[in-house]
Design a protein around this ligand. Structure first.
Ligand code: TYD
Length: 208
């Protein structure tokens, strides 16, 4: 059986990842692929610790958060029941909402970026995605979208932080450009236009 493709969708808060992942999942299934949809943080115990911190209920520093995300990501890869590796080996395409690029952009703002990158990129259990699509929006657009559907804000969900996060994402993509397959998509357009671009990129990946 051929291995599935590992596709990561990244973006600022409010960039429309959830909607686009639903549309991509449907499109890939229509093309006959088996698709497993997943996200980070996961629903593991560590994922719960992370959500408490992201919600602002427990304070943790950037190094602690980096290590927790790393641990959650290792679990996400190796978990024999529903881990990423398991699904890829069963021939599923795996679509993951956020991955190590988010650790680089978010924790890499306050923790040493090369330390965060090294421990993720050099961990043999953490798979390198076949493709990362970054849904690019300005923090102002993200803010508008979040305001309409969120009552509680997570620690990173404010315009000033999102500006720093976007800058970090773009810096990191530049650092990784020779080693990783990263595509930046303008996500300020209509849902349909963004989806059409994402599907085209994934079709090309599947043909490889
Ligand atoms: P998000 O993906 O927007 O999901 P939800 O809509 O359920 O809030 O939120 C996850 C948050 O976690 C987001 O603010 C980014 C943060 N995050 C990190 O800081 N580092 C990481 O490594 C990952 C995977 C996420």
């Amino acid at each position: 059986m051929t291995k599935g493709k590992f596709i990561v969708i990244e973006g600022l808060d409010g960039s429309g990842k959830g909607t686009q992942i639903t549309l991509l999942t449907e499109a890939l299934r229509r093309m006959g692929s088996k698709v497993h949809r997943t996200a980070e943080p996961t629903d593991s115990v560590t994922g719960g610790l992370l959500r408490d911190a992201l919600g602002g209920f427990v304070q943790r520093d950037a190094y602690e958060l980096s290590a927790l995300f790393l641990s959650d990501r290792i679990f996400h890869n190796v978990n024999p029941k529903n881990g990423i590796r398991h699904y890829l080996e069963q021939g599923y395409d795996v679509i993951c909402d956020r991955y190590y690029y988010s650790s680089f952009a978010y924790q890499g703002m306050d923790a040493d970026l090369s330390w965060v990158m090294d421990m993720n990129l050099h961990c043999p259990e953490i798979l390198k995605p076949d493709l990362c699509i970054f849904l690019d929006i300005s923090p102002a657009v993200g803010e508008e979208r979040l305001s309409s559907d969120r009552s509680h804000r997570e620690i990173y969900e404010n315009v000033a932080t999102q500006q720093r996060v976007r800058k970090r994402f773009l810096e990191v993509f530049d650092l990784l450009k020779d080693n990783e397959n990263i595509k930046i998509v303008d996500a300020a357009r209509s849902v349909e236009a963004v989806s059409a671009d994402i599907i085209k990129i994934c079709e090309a990946l599947k043909e490889k």
